[in-house]
Write a protein that binds this ligand. Structure first.
Ligand code: DHB
Ligand code: FE
Length: 281
């Protein structure tokens, strides 16, 4: 049987990818950011997941205002890094797991979550930056990856509660897949940031740290927080944090914190990162 051993939450700031790709990770500005991921890189090298279900949002790379799926699951054999305006990132092609992805699509749709099935999708920094942060710069990604894209770009985003319950449904679906696979779920985006308008540059450390506390210890309470609270307190792009609730819903009610990291600034964003383990992982 497939099973979920752990969850990883991380910001997916595009400038982190650019820093890595351009050999700037050791510079004084970036060094503290990458230092916060060293323990997690060691952790995942030991954990060795077979598959990562990577929850992220597409930033108008694969989708556009012409087509806005609330939840989309990538069922293809592979996914190319997207060209976000300055050429695709020099990272490996992302290899999917079509059998598990189709199984997830079937179980989630029959469990009342209307997933959009995607057979072709380029993946942008929302997906590739978290892979770089956890796996570094290998010639091939060391596991298969199922992209799960969530609309948090065009209003209205899904509620925290909907995301948390989707995570629970993902867990049920994974645990009904007959093959013995070790699965880790990533939730990405956040933390507080706003990229445009009069409040551009907004960072809210108090909100971010309360969110981290509550995501760990009171996820159902955090799931009840309405989307406007995120926008008001964490900025218009802070709403990306609802995606962390999908990861959290896929874990036990009580989890062990293997790693926690918070740093300001990285680009326009507060960087947050958690590694959470299931008791019976
Ligand atoms: C930034 C952060 C993001 O999450 C994103 O998607 C785009 C830009 C930033 O901090 O610049
Ligand atoms: Fe983003």
């Amino acid at each position: 049987m497939a099973h979920i051993t752990a969850g990883v939450a991380t910001s997916h700031v595009p400038a982190i990818g650019a820093a890595l790709d351009n050999g700037k990770a050791g510079e004084p500005y970036w060094q503290p950011v990458f230092a916060g991921y060293e323990a997690s890189k060691r952790w995942i090298a030991e954990e060795k997941p077979d598959v990562v279900i990577l929850v992220y949002n597409d930033h108008a790379s694969a989708f556009s205002l012409e087509l806005i799926p609330t939840f989309a699951i990538g069922c293809a054999d592979e996914f190319q890094p997207a060209d976000e305006g300055w050429g695709p990132r020099p990272v490996p092609v992302v290899k999917g797991h079509p059998a598990l992805a189709w199984h997830l699509a079937e179980k989630l749709i029959q469990d009342d979550f209307d997933m959009t099935i995607v057979n072709r999708m380029d993946v942008d920094h929302g997906l590739t930056v978290p892979l770089s942060l956890l796996f570094g710069q290998p010639a091939e990604w060391p596991c298969q990856v199922i992209p799960l894209a969530v609309n948090v770009v065009q209003y209205p985003p899904p509620s925290g509660n909907r995301c948390y319950n989707l995570g629970k449904a993902i867990r049920r679906a994974v645990e009904s897949f007959p093959e013995d696979l070790k699965v880790v779920v990533f939730g990405t985006g956040g933390m507080s940031h706003q990229l445009q308008g009069p409040r551009a540059g907004l960072i809210n450390r108090e909100f971010d740290n309360a969110f981290l506390d509550r995501l760990i210890d009171d996820p159902a309470g955090q799931a009840a927080v309405p989307h406007l609270d995120y926008v008001r307190e964490a900025g218009s792009e802070g709403i990306e944090l609802v995606m962390w609730l999908i990861m959290r819903g896929a874990l036990d009610e009580k989890v062990t914190v293997a790693h926690r990291f918070y740093h300001v600034p990285a680009s326009n964003t507060a960087v947050g990162h958690l590694v959470l383990e299931n008791a019976l992982g």
